[in-house]
Design a protein around this ligand. Structure first.
Ligand code: MLT
Length: 315
């Protein structure tokens, strides 16, 4: 790591800070990943200052666009999630091209989602939740982080699977949405375990199911049924995060950033933090930029027909 650090030092001279842009509000799941990653990147980047900044709004496309349009010098990076693969279908006029306006620097993690509800809900199981939903059609508020966000995608697919429309309540991220869910201002939300695990442990929200095909090992989540076993047969949503730079970032800088990412992903501290919140740090070939790019293209191809079949679009 020292040699890498010295090399990286050359790439990022003069201690100018590197910024990781998070396209959602501070305190949410995307922010969580970025802050944990920034911590783990410092050493392999030769002790560089790695800051995290938030530019929320429009389901993540405002922050992503800032990076797409930033100088391609390696000092402005983006951490973003599955929205990079769903926005091209969900949001007709995003101001950038996912596949050509970014350099792909490697994948970071895979994160399950949980279906959670406000504490006042009397339902204590997924089955009881479905009867509550049946009795409250037309009156249910579903929190999300805006059109194109992970919570938005999961919420759309859930409504479609149970054939019940709910009122989407968009926030600048699922951190502020979680505050309103705990406060009872909204009724339900589908959100990543990196944001919900501690609230479920603290009994601040009701938890009903997980969106993965298998139950989770995390102690606070292991008794939650999957939505598949609860009757939504092929319901599967796993969120993932990747690291990006503006198109045209010099190849040697891209390599130094990807090398540092690979070291960070092996950092025991980083792994412990992420796994403690139900996330799984990527160890497969998706940490290579070319495989990262191929994976996102495959996810665009996967989610586009699913979203279209669910008949949901948004501008
Ligand atoms: C999402 O729903 O896309 C994310 O949870 C937003 C966030 O990180 O706040």
């Amino acid at each position: 790591v020292a040699a890498l650090g010295a090399q990286a030092q050359a790439a990022f001279p003069g201690g100018k800070p590197i910024t990781i842009m998070v396209p959602f509000a501070a305190g949410g799941p995307t922010d969580r990943v970025a802050r944990d990653l920034a911590e783990a990147l410092r050493k392999p980047l030769g002790g560089a200052t790695v800051l995290v900044d938030n530019a929320a709004g429009a389901g993540g496309s405002i922050g992503a666009n800032k990076v797409a349009k930033a100088p391609a010098d390696g000092y402005m990076l983006l951490v973003h999630h599955i929205g990079m693969a769903t926005m091209p279908t969900l949001v007709r006029n995003i101001p950038f091209k996912v596949e050509s306006d970014f350099e792909y620097l490697g994948m970071i993690n895979d994160v399950p989602m949980t279906l959670i509800g406000k504490p006042a809900l009397t339902a204590t199981s997924y089955k009881e939740l479905t009867s509550w939903i049946g009795q409250n059609k037309g009156k249910i508020n579903l929190g999300n982080a805006g059109v194109g966000s992970a919570s938005h995608l999961c919420g759309l697919l859930f409504q479609n699977a149970i054939k019940t429309d709910m009122t989407p309540v968009p926030y600048k991220g699922t951190a502020p949405a979680m505050t309103d869910l705990i406060g009872g201002q909204i009724d339900l939300m589908c959100d990543q375990t990196t944001n919900t695990t501690s609230q479920i442990e603290g009994k601040k929200v009701k938890a009903f199911a997980v969106t993965t095909s298998k139950r989770l090992a995390t102690p606070a989540l292991k008794d939650l049924p999957t939505l598949q076993e609860s009757g939504l047969k092929d319901f599967e949503v796993t969120i993932w995060h990747g690291l990006y730079a503006p198109k045209g970032t010099p190849a040697d800088i891209q390599k130094k950033l990807n090398d540092a990412l690979k070291v960070a992903l092996k950092d025991p501290e980083f792994i412990k933090k992420q796994e403690g919140l139900g996330a799984v740090v990527v160890t497969d070939k998706r940490t290579d930029p070319a495989e990262h790019k191929k994976f996102v293209a495959a996810e665009i191809a996967k989610w586009s027909p699913i979203i279209k079949a669910a008949g949901v679009y948004a501008d």
